[in-house]
Design a protein around this ligand. Structure first.
Ligand SMILES: Cc1cc2nc3c(=O)[nH]c(=O)nc-3n(C[C@H](O)[C@H](O)[C@H](O)COP(=O)(O)OP(=O)(O)OC[C@H]3O[C@@H](n4cnc5c(N)ncnc54)[C@H](O)[C@@H]3O)c2cc1C
Ligand code: SF4
Length: 400
C-alpha cells in the first residue's frame, strides 16, 4: 500500500458532472469573492456541467496558472467552499477545479506568448510566486531568467507540501506545464546578488519565500533527536516514502500546517505514538479545524495549552518538558514557523520585504511577492502575488 496515496482521489467524469450540476451559478457568486486569485468559479463549473472542459480550464488557468496545485492544497474550507451558499454541503469546488486543470495539463499549454518585447527580467525564487510571475511576464513577451538556489524548481510545492496532498511527481509536472509557455530559462543551484541582477536586467522579481526557521527559544532545542519539521518534510518529499525510518515516539511542537503535516506523515510512516504539543487552544491553532481533524483521524494526539519550557535528556532518554507535563520522545520536530531569511538592498519591516500595492519594493525596478512579503502564507496567495506583480512589472517595462 502507498502510505502517501492521494488524500482526495480524483472525481470521475460522471461524478464531476453530477457535482457541477449542484451549483446554482449564483449572481455575484460569494465563492468567487473568496478566491484570492479571482477565479470565475461558477463560470468554470458551468463549463464542466455542459461538457466544455477546455472552457472550464481556461477560466481557471487565466487567473491561476497553478490551478492544479491550488485544487490540491488550498484550504477551500476557509476560502471558496466556506463562502458557498450551500452551507450544509458546499459544492466541491477544489475537486472540480482539479478535474478541469488535470484535463488541460494532459493536453498542454492553452496560452500563446505575445511577440517579444526585447525586455529582460530576472526572477529570484522558483516557488509558486516566482514561477507565476515568470509565466505572466513570458506570456506578455518578456524574456525571463528564473534563479533558484535549490536543486529543483517548485519551492515548497516540491519540498514542503505534504506528499498525500500532492502525490506522485505532480509538482514537477506542473512546473514543466507552467514553463511550457516558453521564454523562461531556469538557473538552479544559483547564487545571486541584487546589484548584479539590477545591472543586467530591466526589472527583478523576488519570490524568496521564507527560507529560515524560527527557534523554539528553550534550553535543549539543539539536542540530538531534535530537528526542524520543514527539514523532516523536505527529506520525505525527496525520498521514496518507504525509505524514511521514523522512531516509535514522535513529538511535534507547533500549531500550523507544518505541525499537522509532519505529525500525520510520521504516523503514516509507522511511528506508534505521535503527539502535537500546542501552546494555546484549538481555536487559536493556525491549522484549520479540518486539518486538525485529518491528523486526529490518522491517530495523531493533539495536546493543547502545552508550551514547551525545555527539551532534556535523562539517562539517555529524550523528553519535552512543558509547564505541567513531560513527554517522552525518540524524535522531536520543531514546527514553530518559518521566517524570511533576509535580503540586502530592499527595505524589510517585521521580517518581510516591504511592497506597495503594485508589489514594488523600496528599490526602483525591484518587485516582490509571496511568503517573503506580509500576508497569508498560502500557495494561492503566492500565485496571486506573482500574477499581479507580473502585470505591474509589464506596466513598468512599457513605461521605460
Ligand atoms: C510544510 C508546509 C506545508 C504547507 N502546506 C500548505 C498547504 O497545504 N496549502 C497551502 O496553501 N499552503 C501551504 N504551505 C504554504 C505554501 O507552501 C507557501 O505559502 C508557498 O509555497 C509560498 O510560495 P513562495 O513562492 O512565496 O515561496 P516558496 O514556495 O518558499 O519558494 C521560494 C523559493 O525561493 C528560493 N530561494 C529562497 N532564497 C533564495 C535565494 N537567496 N536565491 C535563490 N533562490 C532562493 C527557494 O529555494 C524556493 O524555491 C505550506 C508550507 C509549509 C512549510
Ligand atoms: S457559491 Fe456555491 S452554488 Fe453559488 S456559484 Fe459558488 S459554488 Fe456555485
Amino acid at each position: 500500500m502507498d502510505v502517501f496515496a492521494d488524500a482526495h482521489p480524483k472525481l470521475s467524469p460522471a461524478q464531476a458532472v453530477v457535482e457541477a450540476n449542484r451549483c446554482t451559478f449564483c449572481y455575484d457568486a460569494p465563492c468567487m469573492e473568496a478566491c484570492p486569485t479571482d477565479i470565475d468559479v461558477p463560470g468554470f463549473i458551468r463549463g464542466i456541467a455542459t461538457g466544455n472542459m477546455a472552457g472550464a480550464a481556461l477560466k481557471i488557468l487565466e487567473e491561476n496558472i497553478f490551478g492544479g496545485a491550488c485544487a490540491r492544497v488550498c484550504p477551500t474550507e476557509i476560502l471558496c467552499e466556506r463562502a458557498c451558499v450551500w452551507t450544509e454541503a458546499p459544492i466541491a469546488i477544489g475537486a472540480l477545479q482539479r478535474v478541469a486543470t488535470d484535463w488541460q495539463m494532459a493536453r498542454g499549454m492553452p496560452f500563446v506568448r505575445a511577440a517579444a518585447t526585447g525586455k529582460r527580467v530576472a526572477v529570484v525564487g522558483a516557488g509558486p510566486a516566482g514561477l507565476s510571475c515568470a509565466h505572466g511576464l513570458a506570456r506578455l513577451g518578456h524574456e525571463v531568467v528564473v534563479y533558484d538556489n535549490a536543486a529543483k524548481p517548485g519551492g515548497l510545492n516540491e519540498y514542503g507540501i505534504a506528499a498525500y496532498k500532492m502525490a506522485d511527481d505532480f509538482a514537477a509536472r506542473e512546473v514543466e506545464f507552467v514553463l511550457s509557455i516558453g521564454g523562461v530559462r531556469l538557473e538552479l543551484n544559483a547564487v545571486t546578488e541584487l546589484d548584479t541582477l539590477c545591472a543586467a536586467y530591466d526589472a527583478v522579481f523576488l519570490g524568496l519565500g521564507q527560507a529560515a526557521v524560527n527557534a523554539l527559544g528553550v534550553p535543549g532545542e539543539d539536542l540530538p533527536g531534535v530537528r526542524h519539521a520543514v527539514d523532516f518534510i523536505a527529506e520525505l518529499r525527496q525520498s521514496a516514502p518507504a525509505g524514511v525510518a521514523v522512531p516509535r515516539r514522535v513529538v511535534v511542537i507547533g500549531g500550523g500546517n507544518t505541525a499537522i503535516d509532519a505529525a500525520t506523515q510520521a504516523k503514516l510512516l509507522g511511528a506508534e505514538d505521535v503527539t502535537i504539543l500546542y501552546r494555546r487552544g484549538a481555536e487559536q491553532m493556525s491549522a484549520t479545524a479540518d486539518e486538525q481533524e485529518w491528523a486526529k483521524r490518522h491517530g495523531v494526539a493533539i495536546k493543547f495549552f502545552q508550551a514547551p519550557v525545555a527539551v532534556e535528556t535523562v539517562d539517555g532518554a529524550l523528553y519535552v518538558v512543558t509547564g505541567t507535563q513531560r513527554f517522552a520522545a525518540d524524535l522531536v520536530l520543531k514546527a514553530v514557523g518559518q521566517k524570511f531569511a533576509g535580503r540586502e538592498g530592499v527595505a524589510v519591516e517585521g521580517g518581510r520585504i516591504v511592497v506597495d500595492a503594485s508589489y514594488a519594493t523600496s528599490r526602483a525596478g525591484v518587485f516582490a511577492g509571496g511568503d517573503c512579503v506580509a500576508g497569508q502564507d498560502l500557495t494561492v496567495r503566492a500565485v496571486r502575488d506573482g500574477k499581479l506583480a507580473a502585470r505591474a512589472m509589464h506596466r513598468f517595462l512599457e513605461a521605460m
